[in-house]
Ligand binder design. Structure first.
Ligand code: SAH
Length: 367
């Protein structure tokens, strides 16, 4: 399991350097090890042929490179894939791969469950919550790259796993240190080497952490706005009581690196008769004034017992038209993977009884 002691996945270069030094090995071994783990996706030390036999044995005696255990892997009719992953004996998370014509994004989780209890989000009803470790976050990516058979690189050089959205379970800015370590590993040019421009982090609006996110990670920012006044937003996103819309938009205006070439995405879930009127759309345009922004309109994805309905298509079209006329791109997101409960806000992982055997089996080595 990813969180088990001795797992090297998720350690940053300094931590790996300490381990290599502790084994009495020269510092250049760190670079080699990094290459095997994050460029080639090798999970068995025995296959790291540029290392001496003695070092391979020493590593295997004390360490492992386990990825999260796959409890269930589902594929939607539209090609979307969802993994239910066991991080330890009690904690499960989901990640979702969303393919497009010539690329695709992995939607990764940052926490088991979520503490924010947004009223329209299924994850918010999950009781069991903990932060994911860096290796548990990186592991989601490694597993997806392996499933798509893209270690070390696809034959034609074009990757179907080309982007990451930190939009799965959890609030990434409530687990910033671990998310930062994980994304730094993923962006490291000698390993997975995904550019920060291909990574989007979504927050419900943890205002005090937004600046650090821009400065220290430099990834694109998405903000779950969902309402244009504090009354409605507080009802939908209780975090709004702590960080109301005015403060949130100020933090967006100050987001390091945002500009016309790199806009902030505002996510807006379309809830029938709650936040979807033409007046709401006009107010949204007014609020976003001066912010390099685009708006993603997300048709509400239902889940069992959800207290909302999705706005009708004509209502969404009218809302989108007003936001467009106001000068902001406002695509209506096509829901993906609804048939396997993989769409936005449908992820939840505490109800599934898992087989012990599934929890302990790591995927077969990629090399
Ligand atoms: N905590 C972060 C990351 C989760 S991202 C955040 O709130 O941004 C998940 C996105 O899906 C958020 O924009 C969330 O508001 C949206 N979402 C949640 N439940 C949904 C639902 N039932 N239908 C559509 N979108 C939903």
């Amino acid at each position: 399991m990813t969180g088990a002691p001795g797992n090297l996945i998720g350690l940053d270069r300094n931590e790996l350097a300490d381990i290599v030094a502790g084994l009495g090995e020269a510092p250049f071994r760190v670079k080699q090890l990094w290459h095997w783990i994050y460029f080639r996706g090798v999970t068995d030390f025995a296959n790291m042929t540029s290392l001496s036999g003695a070092l391979r044995e020493k590593l295997a005696a004390s360490f492992n490179l386990d990825w999260p255990g796959v409890v269930r892997h589902q594929k939607s009719a539209d090609g979307t894939m969802k993994w239910l992953l066991g991080m330890d004996q009690r904690h499960l998370v989901e990640s979702v791969y969303i393919p497009q014509d010539d690329r695709g994004a992995l939607c990764m989780s940052s926490q088991v469950g979520c503490t924010l209890t947004c009223r329209f989000c299924h994850t918010g009803t999950q009781r069991l919550v903990r932060n994911l470790e860096p290796g548990e976050i990186v592991g989601q990516f490694m597993l997806a790259r392996d499933t798509l058979d893209e270690w070390p690189a696809p034959v034609d050089g074009r990757r179907m796993l080309s982007n990451i959205v930190m939009m799965g379970m959890g609030e990434p800015l409530y687990n910033f240190d671990n998310v930062k370590t994980a994304l730094s590993i993923i962006m490291d040019p000698e390993g997975i080497a995904l550019s920060r421009r291909r990574i989007t982090l979504s927050t419900a609006g943890v205002v005090p952490m937004m600046k650090r996110c821009g400065e220290e990670l430099g990834v694109d920012l998405a903000v779950s706005l969902h309402a244009v006044n504090d009354d409605v937003r507080t009802r939908l996103v209780p975090l709004n009581r702590k960080y109301p819309i005015g403060d949130l938009l100020d933090a967006c205006r100050a987001y390091p690196g945002a500009g016309n070439a790199r806009r902030i995405t505002f996510e807006y879930v379309m809830l029938k008769d709650v936040n979807d009127s033409d007046a709401d759309a006009r107010e949204l345009v007014r609020l976003l004034k001066g912010i390099p922004a685009k708006v993603n309109l997300i048709p509400f994805n239902a889940w069992p017992g959800a207290p909302f309905e999705c706005s009708p298509a004509r209502r969404i079209a009218s809302f989108a038209g007003i936001v467009n006329d106001g000068g902001y791109s406002a695509p209506v997101r096509r829901p993906r993977g609804r048939d396997i409960m993989a769409a936005c806000g449908q992820l939840k992982s505490d109800t599934v009884k898992m087989a012990r055997s599934a929890m302990t089996s790591a995927p077969p080595p990629a090399s």
